[in-house]
Ligand binder design. Structure first.
Ligand SMILES: Cc1ncc(COP(=O)(O)O)c(C=O)c1O
Length: 389
């Protein structure tokens, strides 16, 4: 056990030791953290749907009718009619032939990559891709080449140099990058995938319900419907439930049902979560105003933060990375903000590169102008006190 002690003290010395914060209330725009009331400014509950009455009612009804658990994996006893209805709904939402639901977004990436990619294949993966993509690539045993973030020039050179000697070629990218909030250069990635006969896989965890005219993701945002063969998403962020999915052709989805180990060997999601996701897709269809409020709020907050003099790394989505740089300073700034009633946690290495520590600010559709003004006042005060403005 000595190595555990050593490693923990090592993390503490480097200011990289993580502690859990306790939420004492729901993921609302105003909540309780460590017993203190504050404005929540970093939730992935972008649309505020976890508090939506239709979603709550759907969960309760599902428990009454279907019970609390699914009782088995999808291929044994856990495949309820609800799961199938959700997959049909996701396929319609994404404009694909079919979809398959996994228990988490993490498991969707791991399951899809390890089922589709193996020895003899090559993956080109953006350097800022999410950990679940990185882990899927590692486990796949394929040759993996990490290309510089969004650099399609370098990617094309790598494709030219490497692709002829491999069985199948994959390009994998986040749609919206989770810690930077910027968008993948999908139009060019689609061209490259088509030119080099590569499979393009896009993880829209932070774009589902958020980007595009109907909120169906980055393919819709860029007008690339039908040109991205493997589309991943989560139900755990803007959709306000839990779970992940892959959307694509009938063949792809049937293949994953038979080959994706994280789908096959895990108990199906409970019916309440499935019913909540179904209700969320209904709300997205019937109330597009929620998504509009999200983007208006993001615009307002970004402008305010820049006016104060803070450095915003990107401006393309409701994820607003406020650059602090030094890891300990980012943590102190987050603590200072919390004491002023704003919860915007510091993100440090290894989640982001050294020197790029930041506050990951994420706005919600349900924040009021008053919430955002109060948050901006807290940022101005904390920023001056910390010397980052
Ligand atoms: C880009 C990305 N992909 C996948 C995941 C995993 O999704 P989930 O939290 O549903 O497991 C996350 C976040 O957690 C993410 O940010």
């Amino acid at each position: 056990m000595e190595f555990i002690k050593e490693e923990l003290s090592n993390l503490k010395q480097k200011n990289l030791h993580r502690r859990l914060k306790t939420m004492n209330a729901a993921q609302s725009s105003r909540t309780m953290v460590n017993g203190k009331e504050c404005i929540l400014l970093s939730s992935n509950n972008y649309l505020g749907l976890t508090e939506h009455p239709e979603l709550k009612a759907a969960a309760k009804e599902a428990v009454d009718f279907w019970g609390t658990g699914s009782g088995g994996s999808r291929l044994i006893t856990g495949n309820m009619r609800l799961h199938e209805e959700l997959e049909e709904t996701i396929a319609r939402f994404k404009g694909t032939e079919a979809a398959i639901v996994f228990n988490t977004g993490y498991m969707a990436n791991m399951g899809a990559i390890t089922a589709l990619v193996g020895r003899g294949d090559i993956i080109f993966s953006d350097e800022l891709n999410h950990a679940s993509i990185i882990d899927g690539c590692r486990l796949s045993q394929a040759k993996t080449i990490i290309y510089p973030h969004k650099d399609t020039g370098v990617l094309e050179e790598l494709l030219q140099q490497n692709s002829s000697s491999y069985r199948r070629i994959y390009i994998i990218t986040d749609g919206v990058f989770s810690m930077d909030g910027d968008l993948a250069p999908l139009p060019r990635l689609v061209e490259l995938a088509e030119k080099y006969n590569a499979w393009l896989m896009v993880d829209d965890a932070h774009a589902t319900g958020v980007m595009g005219h109907r909120g169906s993701g980055t393919a819709e945002h860029f007008g690339l419907e039908g040109r991205i063969p493997i589309q991943i998403g989560t139900l755990s962020k803007a959709i306000g439930s839990a779970g992940g999915f892959v959307a694509g052709s009938y063949g792809l989805i049937d293949y994953l049902r038979n080959k994706a180990r994280s789908f096959i060997y895990s108990t199906a999601l409970p019916p309440s979560e499935i019913a909540v996701a179904l209700a969320a897709f209904r709300v997205l269809r019937t109330n597009p105003q929620i998504r509009k409020s999200l983007h208006l709020n993001a615009h307002y907050l970004r402008s305010g933060l820049k006016e104060i003099g803070l450095t915003i790394l990107t401006e393309e989505s409701p994820v607003i990375p406020v650059l602090i740089g030094d890891a300990s300073k980012a943590v102190q700034m987050a603590q200072q903000l919390l004491s002023l009633g704003v919860f915007a946690p510091g993100i440090r290495p290894p989640t982001v590169p050294a020197g790029m520590s930041r506050l990951r600010v994420a706005v919600m559709a349900t924040h009021t102008r008053d919430d955002l003004d109060k948050a901006l006042a807290a940022f101005a005060q904390a920023g001056q006190e910390m010397g980052v403005i």
